[in-house]
Design a binder for this molecule. Structure first.
Ligand code: SF4
Ligand code: SF4
Length: 389
């Protein structure tokens, strides 16, 4: 691994939101207090130190930023007000931009103007596509979205979009894998990757490491937003034929309707809590807000709110209002998906469990390796299983 010092690292990270890392005098309090740090993966002090020393290469290969769930405990106990929790968050943004081979993520994170422009352009394109590609035969008697934009056609657009986003996200995840595993990437037998795959699923669904943090509320809010989003993603991408339905509405106990209500409640609860937290700034985790933090919450909440309005407009049988809201809804939802999933906040959702899984695979591999032989003079002979001579 290269130890080359990057003299521009701090100024580069400032563009991603770095503020107080220079105040750190390396006491180690934060690592001692962090409920998730281990002797093998000590953080956040190590990351703060790497930043101060300009060790870009080491940061790029570090799994630690993804092991932090940003509970804020370390920032509360830092005697210098160096805000190590926020530094970990900044490092995650930075890593997301380094994993992204398109360079889009970097622009998105470092330029508010670019962020707003990208969202506006995608929103306009979606709006124009909906106005151009429709049946041209709306039902004005009753609110019937399918009369203008049939679910089968939306499903095709969904699948195309999901394929492009999956390709972008997975190619970035692959780069993350290469940086974290380094030379070991293809030396570890596939059977170990397969046998530990359950860890990936478990951490993706439950975020269970987060529950070790002292502020259980943060874990709960995180879980609500994540599960709410995953539910709505399932409904609009996988089950769109059943989800985009005209009147009569499903009975209240129907699984599609229940999942829709759960997603709505979970996202509204989680985002409202986070927005109020960021306005009040009482918790360290909400003290500093990057523009992408706000954009993420606003887009998610507006997507959900317009979804609620559509639901009521349909139930009230207001055709024109329903169609108008449907266009507005997609003009918000699609940019959020297209820009946040591969390039920003939603990508964190993939990197974190992937890195935890990779560390587990690496740990298993190390455990299975035969111990290095030691000769009578106590000299280790690596790469041989022969006994001492
Ligand atoms: S960030 Fe704060 S608590 Fe952590 S090592 Fe630096 S001064 Fe100490
Ligand atoms: S924010 Fe919480 S999980 Fe992250 S480094 Fe600080 S104490 Fe550890």
């Amino acid at each position: 691994m290269s130890n080359r010092v990057d003299p521009n690292l701090v100024s580069d990270l400032e563009a991603f939101g770095l503020k107080d890392a220079h105040k750190c005098y390396n006491c180690g309090n934060c690592t001692a207090i962090c409920p998730l740090a281990t002797p093998e993966n000590p953080f956040p002090r190590k990351m703060v130190r790497y930043i101060q020393l300009g060790q870009k290469e080491k940061i790029l290969r570090s799994p630690e930023p993804w092991l932090c769930y940003y509970c804020g405990d370390c920032s509360t106990h830092c005697p210098r007000g160096a805000d190590p929790g926020e530094t970990m968050m900044v490092t995650r943004r930075y890593l997301t931009s380094l994993y992204d081979w398109t360079g889009f993520s970097r622009k998105f994170y470092t330029s508010e103007r670019f962020e707003i422009m990208a969202i506006s352009v995608v929103a306009l394109l979606v709006g124009m596509a909906l106005l151009i590609f429709n049946t041209g035969n709306p039902n004005w008697e009753e609110a019937a979205i399918n009369s203008l934009w049939p679910a089968e056609k939306i499903e095709i657009a969904d699948l195309v979009m999901a394929s492009v986003l999956s390709f972008l996200l997975l190619s970035n995840v692959f780069r993350c894998f290469r940086f974290i595993m380094g030379d070991l990437s293809f030396k570890i037998p596939l059977r170990l990757y397969a046998s530990e795959f359950k860890e990936l699923i478990l951490h993706t669904i439950t975020q269970k490491r987060f529950s070790k943090c002292s502020d259980g509320m943060q874990w709960f809010v995180h879980l609500m937003i994540m599960t709410g989003y995953a539910s709505i993603f399932l409904l609009v991408v996988v089950f769109i034929r059943w989800f985009q339905r005209d009147l009569p509405e499903y009975p209240l106990s129907h699984p599609i309707r229940l999942l829709g209500y759960y997603a709505t409640f979970a996202i509204m609860y989680g985002t409202t809590y986070a927005i109020i937290g960021r306005i009040k700034k009482k918790k360290p985790v909400y003290k500093n807000s990057h523009s992408t933090d706000w954009m993420f919450l606003i887009l998610l909440q507006l997507t959900t709110l317009t979804g609620i309005f559509i639901h009521f407009a349909r139930l009230l049988n207001w055709p024109a209002t329903t169609y108008f809201l449907y266009v507005v809804h997609l003009m918000i939802a699609v940019p959020m998906l297209v820009l946040e999933v591969p390039f920003a906040k939603w990508a964190h959702l993939a990197y974190r469990p992937v890195v935890i899984y990779l560390l587990r695979v690496r740990e298993k591999f190390e455990q299975e390796k035969p111990p290095p032989a030691v000769d009578t003079a106590g000299v280790e002979r690596e790469g041989t299983s022969q006994g001492s001579t």
